[in-house]
Design a protein around this ligand. Structure first.
Ligand code: PLP
Length: 455
């Protein structure tokens, strides 16, 4: 085993960490944290420090850490057949079984699932399928994709463009020209203090209509959105948002991509966010919860309507020119099968709903009355606390005060991991679905202490 100082030196000398302040890391001002083990909602670092992970890694370890059902399935698959590709009709029992399990759980109008590796590559696939679809239909101009400010869809060239957060565009020359952004369904931040939720939904609809009018409906291929905003602030949509948006998209023949990378497989207390909010997508993006991150695997679920056109397309064009070496990787697929079985066996979707409601209540009791807490919000096990300088005026802190990050650090001192979201003073919670009420109370109580120590 390596000595800690050796590991630290190698880490700072060799490892390019994602989403990290590179210079501060090199200077030693960003602590390097080496995680060794995990069990249930807890992880333990190399020094034996045990932390309650109330963000499930990057809201992905949905069944919790240390599940032998999944690691055994991975080991068995690796022993039997570590790899074979899925090109030209090839597959494995695991990948075929997982495709059937995903479709059995998805909305009824869905037809097929393509497997990738990450949420980002699944969204790249989505955009390519929208373009392919419109080319086959003889509408080569209908290509732009509408995304929302504060949406998060990945950090590739196209998906980083779809993402509506400045951090992911800055100095990368993004967004690409094919991507246009519209209003975020973020009532608390974007509506005037006096505006009703209903009026704000109408404002979102008007903004979307105006954008479509400006650009021309025949230049717009699809709209992409997370059922509930994730990285942009963990924000459930205002009531009536999705049906109203969907009506506009249908009117203009614009496809709808539901990015369910976070919400898919139970986080909101429903199997998919699309069920939760009455969304009827043409494409669904899945990743994280598909394997609970025990192995990298993502997917694009394609509707009947699009599938028919894609099939016809290959009659005209030949085999579809899209695929990765690791599409439907057998080890990821085996992890996915075991993960979905475990979710069913332990009723974890239901638990996400019931413990989620309990947790939101506990957060409200712990910090809801604090003068600098503007909103405690959530749906299922996707919850957030947003801090403000002045509650009545809904005045936000200056970003330089880093209030969210300071609260997250104070909470970490208490032994709980939450996420300071990248834009705004928002602490996010997205724990594993096996979180108990006692753990929910512990997180809420420790947040109360952390908030008092900072504000
Ligand atoms: N879509 C959503 C909604 C996400 O939250 C994320 C990642 O957090 C992605 C896409 C990108 O997934 P990945 O990081 O696996 O590329």
């Amino acid at each position: 085993m390596l000595r800690n100082d050796q590991l630290d030196e190698w880490d700072r000398e060799n490892f390019f960490h994602p989403s990290t302040h590179l210079a501060e890391f090199a200077r030693g001002n960003v602590p390097n944290r080496v995680i060794k083990t995990g069990s249930g909602c807890h992880i333990t670092d190399r020094d034996g420090v045990k932390l309650l992970d109330a963000f499930a890694g990057l809201y992905c370890v949905n069944v919790g850490y240390g599940r032998p059902e999944i690691s055994d399935a991975i080991a068995e698959q690796a022993k039997e057949l570590a790899y074979y590709h899925a090109y030209v009709g090839h597959g494995t029992e695991a990948s075929i079984t997982l495709a059937k399990m995903v479709l059995d759980r998805a909305p009824g109008n869905m037809s097929k699932v393509y497997f990738g590796l990450s949420g980002s590559d699944a969204n790249e696939t989505n955009v390519k399928l929208v373009w392919y679809y419109n080319n086959i239909l003889g509408r080569p101009e209908k290509k732009k994709i509408i995304s929302r400010w504060r949406g998060y869809h990945g950090s590739g060239l196209m998906t980083g463009s779809l993402t509506g957060l400045e951090l992911f565009h800055k100095a990368f020359d993004l967004p690409l020209a094919q991507v246009i952004h519209t209003e975020a369904p973020y009532y608390y931040r974007r509506a005037d203090v006096s505006m009703s939720e209903e009026a704000f939904v109408q404002h979102c609809v008007d903004e979307l209509e105006a954008l479509i009018e400006r650009e021309g409906a025949d230049t717009i291929g699809a709209f992409i959105g997370e059922p509930a905003l994730g990285t942009g602030g963990l924000v459930p949509p205002p009531a009536g948002y999705w049906p109203a948006i969907q009506a506009v998209l249908k009117k203009h023949d614009i496809l709808l991509i539901a990015d369910e990378v976070v919400t898919g497989f139970g986080r909101l207390g429903s199997m998919f966010g699309s069920f939760h909010y009455g969304i009827e997508p043409d494409l669904i993006t899945i990743a994280k919860g598909l394997t609970s991150a025990y192995a990298p695997l993502s997917g694009t679920i394609v509707s009947d309507k699009m599938w028919k056109v894609l099939e016809e397309g290959t009659d005209k064009l030949g085999p579809i020119g899209h695929g990765w070496t690791y599409s439907a990787h057998p080890i990821g697929a085996a992890a996915g099968v075991a993960n979905l079985e475990l979710i069913d066996k332990l009723n974890l979707v239901e638990n996400a709903g019931t413990v989620g409601a309990y947790f939101k209540n506990a957060l409200n009791e712990a910090v809801g009355a604090h003068a600098n807490v503007g909103e405690v919000r959530g749906e299922g096990l996707l919850c957030a606390v947003e801090f403000v300088q002045d509650r009545d005026k809904r005045a936000f802190f200056d970003a330089s005060e880093k209030v969210g990050a300071r609260v997250a650090s104070a909470l970490l001192e208490e032994g709980v991991i939450a996420r300071a979201m990248p834009q705004g003073d928002i602490i996010g919670f997205a724990p594993p679905f096996c979180m108990t009420q006692a753990e929910a109370d512990e997180v809420a109580g420790k947040l109360g202490k952390a908030v008092k120590s900072v504000l």
